[in-house]
Design a protein around this ligand. Structure first.
Ligand code: FPP
Ligand code: MG
Ligand code: MG
Length: 376
């Protein structure tokens, strides 16, 4: 990461934490079935960007400073105690996913609680499960610069591994013994599916020649919240709840996550038009191929009615994808998408402006900049 102007990398405060993340996640995913074990751990081998865990860890640290009570001896949590294996294959070499506590560097004077660290891992599990399913739905061929799991192992195993991952995430979540946090993250899972269902249609109605209206963008933004911002916002909120923060801090953590999450997906939808597949590590230009009208196209459609016909038939006829792509590139849809993402990023920054100054807060602000600058 690029150093900040004052010479300190603001993300440094979570670097130590992230070092153990992959190992802890792999522990949570262990299965006595060797093939399931392999498929479930597949996406954890090529380390992702870890955006969600990073945000949870930074939020945990930044909000700890708003809490007065002494957190040096956190309450004993079930995350740290062993449970008996519940797998079908109960033999000696089967290891329970939750027998050992999350690994940490004991010498670090971290302000992250074990429950918050576990939450960071849970967010990555839910995200990765959704990617396993997403690559099946999108018929994708690559992810994180390697063949996607559906290509490597087939659709059936990819779907089942995703379900397994959700199961393990649910166990880890239950063991946080916090009903509010459990409810938040369970809602996230439901929201992901609701968002994906909304995406099966480009607009609320199913007309052949839809007209652009205010509802078109509202529908897209609602879908974007459900498929992307829900996970980010509800997990930054959950981090603050686990840290015993006051309601205004919990709300600020949520608002930061919601606005950053919306910006994140807007940028994602923009990069699908502007960056090559080689750079993205996954297919570029995929959205039009999948029949999806995202922000750049919706902005272009606002000024050009011709796009309505193409949206109505989901770019399915010969030449539709190219025509739509050309019209988007000729329009100011890309610029407007970026401007909208910037607006949300400014709201995310404002939400946490009242947090006490810290390296973690600088990290959260740095994440805002990175979301806008990213190219993959
Ligand atoms: C990536 O979007 C996918 C998502 C953000 C969520 C997908 C959700 C599901 C498939 C519902 C099932 C959920 C669970 C928890 C099992 P994208 O396809 O726009 O991005 P991509 O270019 O990275 O593929
Ligand atoms: Mg996809
Ligand atoms: Mg998708």
């Amino acid at each position: 990461a690029a150093p900040s102007p004052i010479g300190i990398d603001p993300l440094q405060s979570v670097a130590k934490e992230l070092k153990f993340l992959t190992g802890n996640i792999q522990q949570l995913l262990g299965s006595g079935h060797p093939m399931l074990d392999t498929v479930a751990k597949y996406y954890t081998q090529s380390e992702g960007k870890y955006v969600r865990p990073m945000l949870v860890l930074l939020m945990s640290q930044a909000t700890a400073l708003t809490v007065k009570q002494d957190r040096s001896t956190p309450r004993a949590l079930d995350v740290d105690s062993p449970i008996s294996p519940s797998a079908v294959l109960s033999d000696a070499n089967h290891s329970s996913p939750l027998t050992s506590p999350p690994t940490v560097d004991d010498t670090s004077d971290t302000t992250v609680l074990p429950s918050q660290r576990r939450l960071a891992e849970i967010t990555e599990l839910i995200h990765t499960a959704s990617l396993l399913h997403d690559d099946v739905i999108d018929n994708s061929i690559s992810r994180r610069s390697a063949p996607s799991a559906n290509i490597q192992f087939g659709n059936k195993m990819a779907v089942l591994a995703g379900d397994f991952m959700l199961g393990r995430a649910s166990v880890a979540l239950a063991r946080l013994r916090d009903p509010e946090v459990t409810e938040l993250l369970a809602t996230v899972i439901a929201n992901l599916i609701e968002g994906e269902f909304m995406q099966l249609r480009n607009t609320a109605s199913d007309e052949k020649y839809p007209a652009y209206s205010q509802e078109t963008m509202e529908y897209y933004l609602q879908k974007t919240y459900l498929k992307s911002a829900s996970l980010i916002s509800k997990s930054t909120r959950a981090a603050a709840i686990l840290g015993n923060c006051s309601p205004d801090v919990v709300d600020a953590a949520y608002s930061y996550g919601k606005n950053l999450g919306l910006a994140f997906q807007l940028v994602d939808d923009m990069l699908d038009y502007t960056v090559s597949g080689a750079e993205l590590g996954k297919p570029a230009g995929a959205d039009l191929e999948l029949g999806l009208a995202t922000a750049p196209l919706l902005f272009a459609w606002k000024d050009n009615k011709e796009l309505g016909t193409l949206v109505g038939r989901r770019f399915a006829e010969q030449g539709d994808v190219k025509r739509a792509h050309d019209l988007v590139i000729q329009s100011n849809g890309i610029e407007q998408t970026r401007a909208m993402a910037e607006d949300y990023i400014n709201k995310a920054r404002e939400a946490i402006a009242f947090f006490p100054e810290s390296q973690a807060k600088a990290g959260l602000l740095d994440m805002c900049t990175k979301v806008l600058q990213r190219r993959k």
